[in-house]
Every structure is written in structure tokens, then in C-alpha cells.
Design a protein around this ligand. Sequence first.
Ligand code: MN
Length: 635
Amino acid sequence: MKGLFKKGGAIFNSFLGFYLLAVLMLWLKTYYTQSTQFDLGVEGDLQQFLLFINPLGSALLFLAISFLFKGTRKYTVLIVIYTAMTFLLFANAVHYRFFSDFITLPSVMQTQNFGDLGGSVITLLNVTDILFFVDVALLVYLRYSKKVQKQLTRVGWKKSFAIVAVALSISAANLQLAEADRPQLLSRGFDRNYIVKYLGMYNYAIYDTVKTAEASSERAKADSDDIVEVVNYTKGHYAAPNEKYFGIAKDMNVIYIHLESVQNFLIDYELNGVEVMPFLNSLTKDPNFLYFDHFYHQTAQGKTADAEFMLENSLYGLPQGSAFITKGQNTYEAAPNMLKDYGYTSAVFHGNKGTFWNRNVIYNQFGYDEFFDADSYDTSDPKNMAEYGLLDKPFFEQSIPLIESLPQPFYTKFITVAHHFPYKMDQELTTIEKATTGDTSVDNYFQTARYADEALAQFFAYLKESGLYDNTMIVMYGDHYGISNNHNRAMSELIGQEVTPVVHADLQQVPLLIYVPGMEGGVNHTYGGQIDLLPTVMHLLGVETQDRIYFGTDLLSEDHQQIVPFRNSDFVSPTIYAVDGKFYDKSTGLEIDETQAELFEEAKSLQGIVEERLSYSDKVVNGDLLRFHVTEPKN
Ligand code: MN
């Protein structure tokens, strides 16, 4: 070491040597921290490589800010930046030990999260944490050591420029590889774990800052007058409950079962003469079940999260990204919050990480009392695991003691994961053959659907045996399409018809089943979508909704308007469809042209209704307007 200093005068006596040493140390320390302190779910060589490379670009770039300074000041500036980055890393490591999550700016500003942490911060610290700062001490030593000469001139512009260019190219390549592995990584957000895994701690901090700034500027522009206009709109579109159904599930428990990626075409579908989902099929014919066969998903980029967002709030998801991520701190009236006034305890069951889709944050805003995520389940047996968490059968089985821990009445949601794109499944767990279209994810789709169906049957057996079946309303819904229109060729082979625009729109149908003990069920052909679920469920529970800001209406109401807006302003209705901005006559499947004046005018007027509705909903979500909405609690 001594020899190095002496001889290496050449290295450390130049500021660039000092800078490169700092870059190297920060890079390796960050990589080591990212791999050992966080549970990022790194899989495969590419992700491992990205995790390794991602701190380098940031270290080169941020420490290069020191190049702007002269004299010994640049050493000081470099050490200050280095220390700040170290502290960011350290604070996140400590935060993660408690929350299994990274720090977000809104959570820092609200400090509510840290309240939970309270005085226990000390207990989260390890003696070895001192190692986070050993390198800082080394830099400080080098800065003040008389043995190391200081370079007082500024780093040349050419050198500075070259280094910044290298830093930016590394970061750009990093981002490109990350987006290739996980398309729409930044636009959709998904999970903070993903951003750190792919782009590293420092880029995550920038991402979080930008997202927070965007959200707060939209929020800041809104004021309490904005809510008045919205209230007038939703009141004007209110659909009064149907007396036949209002309150028939009063004081009952509620169980939502989120049927991951189940499309309505699967109902009664036979593959090679074998029913794919025999149990679900039997429920559609059960006399106590209402089965809606013209029910559509209305999700956009947020997919699963958008479906949940709509059913909890009767607000539309956002056109870009996911409200779960970007509007996670908003005020929500949401079903769990509302049902507190009626004595309900609420809980979500999900065998994946709580951070996925920012659920751990937004569920709090929705008013959920409990969130049983992967930490509440035994996920140690790899055989029980799917790509997005615990497989449905062990999931339902392990959920039993958790359900039984809840006071009744409860409002609960079970989010399944086994039937999730790309529908891969251990062949030992499958009980039917694959399809044979030659399109892999389409062919796999049926085996996982069957598995999900078997898990469902198993759960229902428990509900009946435990007696919950006699005092529980059960709502099952498909969350979004499972097969996208990139697979139309295989799809048309499976459904035996060409995927025209009208057929494509109808492939967005997902099953909706509602069971209430003693209710007269049957098949209901009403056109509706996920936005309509909340008012429907509330009315079955006997909860009035006329003062609520809901953008959907009760599917069982006589006043329910049969128009289903999609997030891109397309829509379906019993007579007219809009697909990719073009209007179609539902009865012929043909495009409506301007010679069919009456139909065309009607289509345009429906289009106007759809656009107006979406824009009011976006106003509420972007402006966080529910914080201005005051309603009297009902009893
Ligand atoms: Mn989903």
C-alpha cells in the first residue's frame, strides 16, 4: 500500500486517479449491496449482468459533477456527492430490512411510514453497516493526506466530455437491454424492485423523483371547485338500485376471486372434446349464481392493477402507466374504506411480493386492514411457485388459517397467479393436453386455465365445508385478456372464426359471476364492464351509492346504460361497437359509413359520452379530487 502511494503518486496525484478510484469503489459497493441487501428476484445471465453494470453509469456520471470545480474544492465536492450516494444506498438497505421495499419520496414526505418504524431504527442497524462508510473514510484520508499531492487545475473539457459521454452510453445501453428484457419498464412502472434490479439504486432515485414531481404538479393545480363539477356529473348518471336485489346480501361476507387472465371464451370451451374449466362452467349454470356473459374488461397498461383499481373505486385506470403506481398516495373512498362504516374487516390475499404494482402502498389508501402477501405464505418449495408467486392450489390451502383469523363480516379479495402469461407450467401438474396451434403461449393457455379451475373447485369445497358458503357473497371476475391480438392467427383457429374488429372487441369479454346464498341466479346478457362492479356489489350489500363518485352503474339496475367504454375511447354497446376509432354495426359486423346517417350519428353521440366519462374520471384521479369530497357516513 505504501509503495502504491509512493509510486502511485502518478495515479492519486492526478484528480482523475482519485475520481476513478471513487467510481470503482462506489460501483462495487453498490453492486454488492444490491445483490445482498435486497430481494430483487434476479433470474438469468442478462439480469445478473444488468445488476452488475447498472451502478457504473451512475457512478461515472454523478461523481463527474466534481469536474465543474477547481482547486481542492473538486475533491470536497466529489466526497460530498460520494457520501450522499452512499447514504442513499445505506438508507434504502435499512428501510428494506423493515418494509421489504425501497424509499419513495412521497413516503419520506408523509413520514407516516417512518412512524411505523418509530424507535426501532436502531434495532435495524447491524455492526457491519459501518462497512458502508469505510470507503468514504479512505477518500477523506486521501483528500487530507500530505503524502498525496493535489491537482489544482480543472479537469480539461475534452477529458470531462469523454467521461460523461462514456457514462451516458453505458446508461443508455443499460436501459436498452433492460427494456428488451422487460418491455415498458419505465412507462408501466410495475414494481420498484424491477427498477432497481434493471437500472440500479441511483437511477431508481431519479425515476422516483420525476414521477413524484409529475404527480404533484397535476395535483397542485386542482382545487375544491373541481369536485363540484364531477359530483354533478356522477349524480346525473346515477342508476337507482333494483328492488329485487337491493340488500339481499346485507351483512354477508364478501369474497372476490380475481380470475387471472381468464377470458369469457373459456366458458364452456372444449379443447379436443375436453372441457377446459369444468368447475367454472358448472357455476355459470348454478341456480344461485348470476353469470354475466356480456361483461368486458376495461384495463389498459396497468392490466391486473387497473382491474383492481376499477373494482375497488369505480374509477377508470389511467391511459398511460398504472394509477396503482403513480397515484398510490391519493385519497380513495374505495370499498374497504366505505365498508368500515358497516362493520366490515377487509383483507387481500396474494402469494406475490407486496411491492408488486405498489399494492402495499395503495391498499393502505383503499383502507384495507390486512394484506396477506408472499410473506404470509410458505413460498420455500420451488415446486409450489409460479413466475408471479405461489401457485393457486397451495395459495388457497394456505389462505384458510388466514381467512379464519378474520372477524366477520369481512370483505376480501383473492388474487390468483397460476394462469398468468406466459402460462408455463410444470407438466406434472397439468391434467389436460396443450393446444396445438404452434403458438406457444396460446397452446399453454389451456393447461394453466385447467389448473386454476381445479384450484377454484378445491377452494369452493372448503367454503362449503366451513359453512362460509351460507353467509358469503362470492364475486368472480376475469381481470383482462390472456391472449393479446398478437396471437390472432392461433386464436381464430381456436374459436373457429376470423378475428374481425367486432370479434376482437368481444374477445375482451371476461366472465363475471356473482353468488349470493338464496339469490335467484341465471345468465344475464346486460352489457357492462369492470367499472360497474362496485355499485352492483354495494347495492347487493344494501349500501346506498347516490352520493358516491362512481363512473359505473349497477348492472342489475333498470337505469343501467349499456355502453362499455374502453380506455382508448373505443366502446361496445348492444348495437354499435367502436374499434380502433372506427364504428361497426354489431348486427352485421360491418363498418358503419357516413351513408348510414342515423346509425353514424348515434355512434358519434355514444363516442361523445365515452370521452366525457373517461375525462371526468381522469380529472378525479390526476387531481386527487376525492380529497375534496365530503360525505356523511351512513349507517
Ligand atoms: Mn392479471
